[in-house]
Design a protein. Structure first.
Length: 150
């Protein structure tokens, strides 16, 4: 199978936004998502074939002053467990290098064990815990701040 990464634009973000709304219990608004389509943000969607029909995932990054932040990443529910998040992370980290970033930051819910393991596999280290950062259905959840030095 082949994969293609297409930079998101105001004309091509609707499928990625739909994935975002199903990936998160408290997703971004469409306006916030659309605001992340231009510099200093870099946003890509991943297609599972050359026909560009099947969007399987996306990510949103931010590059400022030699540092990058993974703002959001998601894989379509029906496509999880196929290694697509790894491909998205590889592409994201390659774009960080293109943007001359020597540090990469992210934040993740402490209950998202699959994502934490993915990030640790790429060398991210826990830096800090934000107590009660994320909203949940029953209250608040801690956020883990992680960093990778490239």
């Amino acid at each position: 199978m082949t994969f293609a990464f297409i930079q998101l634009s105001e004309h091509s973000y609707s499928e990625a936004f739909q994935i975002q709304t199903t990936c998160h219990s408290h997703p971004w608004s469409e306006a916030v998502f659309a605001d992340c389509l231009s510099s200093p943000y870099f946003s890509f969607q991943m297609h599972a074939n050359d026909s560009y029909k099947d969007v399987v995932g996306y990510y949103v990054g931010l590059a400022v002053a030699g540092e990058a932040t993974l703002m959001d990443i998601g894989v379509k529910d029906s496509q999880r467990g196929k290694g697509y998040a790894k491909l998205l992370m590889q592409h994201f980290l390659a774009q960080c290098k293109v943007n001359h970033c020597n540090e990469v930051w992210l934040e993740v819910r402490e209950s998202n064990f699959v994502a934490i393991r993915l990030y640790e596999n790429y060398g991210f280290q826990l830096i800090e815990i934000r107590k009660g950062y994320y909203p949940t259905e029953s209250g608040r959840e801690n956020g883990l701040i992680m960093q990778l030095k490239t």
